[in-house]
Write a protein that binds this ligand. Structure first.
Ligand code: 4NP
Length: 165
């Protein structure tokens, strides 16, 4: 799934460039991707993580209040995170870029630098058993707990994939 041919036992080392770096991407960077970052960094502190939005509407803002509250109820503190927009340079800064839905993937791929081979996938690829092909946006569905349930399942799958690589 992921080419970790350069990995060794001390954390996740990718392609000789240092520790594994994973970027989570959604639309606004105030609900799904900061939640994915918060859940995954608690599970895999040895991996460098960040999140971004394909839109710039909320740049500089903390995660959405109801999203933070739902995460905090699970002991996931998102309060230090601030929204930023996805940029083409992220292709050079990360080893794996994970979109929350198909539209995210389209927007991410639109700015891929010529010749860049960074892996871009759906986060839900790591929770195939869920039967979900995207993380529904709780900003619209208002189902913050449902989104977190799926994000936790995806994060567990991602951690298992990296551990197995
Ligand atoms: P996110 O959700 O992509 O999971 O952060 C959204 C948050 C805000 C908006 C859209 C999606 N918005 O239109 O402001």
């Amino acid at each position: 799934m992921l080419d970790l041919s350069g990995s060794c036992g001390d954390g996740y080392v990718s392609k000789g460039r240092g520790f594994m770096r994973v970027l989570f991407v959604c639309l606004g960077n105030i609900c799904r991707s900061p939640s994915a970052e918060g859940v995954f960094r608690a599970m895999a502190p040895e991996v460098a993580t960040d999140s971004a939005g394909t839109a710039g509407w909320h740049v500089g803002k903390p995660p959405y209040g109801p999203m933070q509250a739902a995460a905090l109820a699970r002991d996931i503190d998102l309060s230090d995170l601030r929204a930023r927009q996805f940029v083409a340079a992220d292709y050079e800064r990360f080893d794996l870029i994970l979109g929350m839905d198909a539209e995210n993937i389209t927007n991410i791929e639109t700015v891929r630098p010529v010749g860049n081979k960074t892996e871009v996938r759906l986060f839900t690829d790591y929770a195939a058993h869920s039967g979900m092909s995207e993380v529904p946006d709780p900003y619209y569905t208002r189902d913050f707990d449902g989104a977190l349930d799926l994000i936790e399942a995806c994060a567990r799958g991602l951690k298992a994939a990296l551990d197995a690589a």
